[in-house]
Design a protein around this ligand. Structure first.
Ligand code: AMP
Ligand code: MG
Length: 401
């Protein structure tokens, strides 16, 4: 058996990021990965502006220890601007976001002044720059705003738009072929005969791939038939950037993915020292990278989360994102007897005074409810261990996107 960490790093080391990029509208770029850094073409904000609704003044007019009364010469809503300067004794009514007129170096919030007709009385104690957002406060022209490899989140889209950018260069979306295998695996819509199961892997994995922004090439479900499997895998290896199969990589008589690809030499069949998901296969298939996941629904999706998701992110050129792990107090009882790393499905509770975690119950690799209820995996090292109430464990948050 190969230790989990070794399998993980050996598999990841083989992944070559996609180099092709496309220019797409910023508004459609959620989840996409920047192929080049974004350099600011302008300052944001483009002009010093007011951070408050209030009165723009010259701080030198208000320098004394007594209140001063100034004349309000203009009204400046956001979007308007005043080109002539403020002279001694003058103030402007100014709204949040309106550009600071020449001569003005201080905005006094409206809550502290007294306004009577065109006169406004300003309390003492003003300072230069008060309530003024300088030009370039957010982004300085010509600086790098976002690095290549950045996965675009909602705030990034806003940031790009604040720079006036309409389009952005992103990595082409990877095409991921998905194939379920097994004589017993059926599409929903027909009643099951004894021993048959519905193809839950393909819907789980379609969801996981969609959450990651992959383009899916759905090859459906194939029976345990050498020729059919070989043909579909050949097609997948030609048309996709990555191929994911479930089932057929174990050591059973009908584990034909293993049999068909075993002769290829570029695929490694590993027994990984982890639970769930011991049998796995990785390598290259045509121009695609290949991920052979175990058929058990919990194993397949867990191995996807732990192994395939980081690989697909690397394929998109995204900067590596370390898993989000933290310490939590365990509640319950648990006895781990085996020598594999264990990823127990759990519910983490984020209480104000600390994080605690409990298991989702029965942990069989066919018990998909154990994963459906979970928001975290309790990570237990290879050695056997007994856990009881109050023990501190490491948990890893389940991140699909
Ligand atoms: P295998 O890895 O092919 O030996 O399958 C292991 C177990 O997972 C068997 O009980 C299969 O019935 C089940 N299984 C395989 N593929 C799927 C699938 N696509 N959806 C649900 N269960 C599956
Ligand atoms: Mg099978």
């Amino acid at each position: 058996m190969i230790p989990f960490d070794e399998a993980h790093s050996r598999m990841l080391a083989e992944i070559q990021p996609i180099r092709e990029s496309v220019a797409i509208p910023v508004a459609e770029a959620l989840g996409r990965v920047l192929s080049v850094p974004v350099i600011a073409p302008a300052d944001v904000p483009n002009h010093a502006n007011s951070a408050m609704d209030g009165y723009g003044v010259r701080s030198m007019d208000c320098a004394g220890s007594e209140p001063v009364t100034l004349t309000v010469i203009a009204d400046l809503p956001a979007g308007d601007r005043l080109t002539n300067p403020l002279w001694e004794g003058e103030a402007v009514r100014i709204m949040t976001g309106a550009p600071i007129p020449p001569g003005c170096d201080c905005v006094v919030m409206q809550e502290v002044v007294r306004r009577e007709g065109d006169r406004v009385t300003i309390p003492p104690g003003r300072s230069i720059g008060e309530n003024i957002r300088p030009a370039g406060e957010d982004i300085r022209c010509a600086t790098e705003v976002l690095p290549a490899g950045c996965r675009l989140r909602p705030a990034h889209l806003g940031l790009l738009t604040s720079l006036g950018l309409e389009r952005v260069e992103v990595v082409r979306r990877p095409v991921v072929a998905l194939l379920s295998t097994g004589n017993e695996v059926m599409e929903p819509g027909t009643p099951l005969l004894p021993g048959q199961v519905y193809d839950s892997n393909r819907t789980s994995l379609r969801g996981a791939l969609t959450a990651l922004g992959m383009e899916i090439l759905d090859l459906g479900v194939v029976r345990d038939d050498r020729e059919r499997i070989a043909a579909l895998l050949r097609q997948a290896g030609e048309e996709a950037d990555a191929v994911i199969t479930t089932g057929g990589v174990s050591v059973g008589d009908h584990d034909l993915v293993k049999e068909v690809l075993g002769g290829q030499g570029e695929i490694h069949f590993w027994q990984v020292a982890m639970k769930p998901g011991k049998p796995q296969a990785y390598g290259r298939l045509g121009r695609a990278c290949f991920f052979g996941l175990p058929g058990n629904p919990v194993s397949g999706l867990t191995v996807f989360l732990l192994m395939v998701r980081p690989a697909l992110l690397r394929l998109t050129g995204a900067a590596d994102e370390p898993p989000r792990q933290l310490r939590a107090t365990f509640r319950g009882r648990l006895n781990k007897k085996h020598n594999r790393m264990d990823f127990i499905r759990g519910v983490a509770h984020f209480d104000p005074d600390g994080v605690w975690v409990e298991t989702t119950g029965a942990q069989g690799s066919g018990i998909l409810t154990s994963l459906a209820k979970a928001n975290a995996l309790i990570v237990l090292a290879e050695a056997p261990v007994t856990l009881q109430d109050g023990d501190v464990v490491t948990i890893r948050l389940i991140d699909y996107d």
